[in-house]
Design a protein around this ligand. Structure first.
Ligand code: GRF
Length: 223
């Protein structure tokens, strides 16, 4: 024995690339839209990062597509204007995205962050905000694209999964990767316990990745 690491709880997780808070400081306040379909913990993580001075940004608008989404009340708590754009009211995905783009322009948004946005982006959105749409996904892409990524990782019996923040392209859960965080899968993990630990990392890397995207674009950081 003599081993003090008997617990199978991980002590720290790997994030790459790892940038210091100083490196991630933006010299200009960027204007964000957050798009979310459900719970909204990632929306809140971005709002907190802004409040705590870790991200020089302003959330101009929260767009949600499900009338009952919990993120709506989170938006109210943070006094962020929330706009419901219900995908069920549109026959074509492009028309849904056209309504979204109209709102994004009305709020003079620079960057669009899909934080638990359960709709697939079309060329309408991506052409309006080229290389400026960001998504967070609960796996180490390119593994486990699409829905149920947490369950897929458990079923595949991989030992490490995690989360990825990336720029959005037309193909689902593809596009250039900004930051990834690794999360070990424990023997007794359920989808709920694993997702909870993945979300801790999501909340950590999403604000960092937004800053990194802006710094990459301005040429301040070169990977
Ligand atoms: C996150 O796990 C994200 O990776 C996925 O949807 C979930 C949204 O969580 N795309 P929340 O609504 O931000 O709590």
């Amino acid at each position: 024995m003599g081993n003090t690491c008997e617990s199978n709880q991980p002590t720290s997780n790997l994030i790459s690339p790892e940038r210091s808070p100083e490196e991630l400081q933006l010299n200009k306040t960027i204007k964000l839209a957050i798009m979310a379909s459900g719970n909204g913990s990632n929306f809140e993580a971005v709002a907190k990062a802004i409040q705590e001075g870790r991200l020089n940004a302003e959330i101009k608008v929260l767009i949600y597509n499900n009338p009952d989404a919990k993120v709506r009340s989170r938006g109210e708590n943070w006094q962020v204007p929330a706009v419901l754009i219900n995908h069920k009211e549109f026959k074509k995905r492009q028309d849904f995205d056209r309504a979204i783009v109209k709102t994004l322009k009305e709020y003079s948004v620079d960057w669009v962050v899909m934080a638990g946005w359960m709709r697939v982006a079309t060329e309408v959105l991506l052409q309006a905000f080229p290389n400026r749409v960001i998504n967070i996904h609960p796996s180490l892409l390119p593994s486990f694209r699409g829905i149920h990524a947490i369950e897929k990782a458990i079923n595949a019996k991989v030992k490490i999964t995690g989360c990825t923040v990336h720029l959005v392209s037309l193909e689902v859960d593809s596009g250039p990767i900004l930051i990834q965080a690794a999360v070990p899968i424990l023997t007794d993990d359920t989808p709920e316990t694993l997702h909870a630990r993945v979300q801790i990392e999501e909340h950590r890397i999403l604000p960092q990745a937004i800053a990194l995207a802006a710094l990459n674009e301005s040429g301040t950081i070169k990977e």
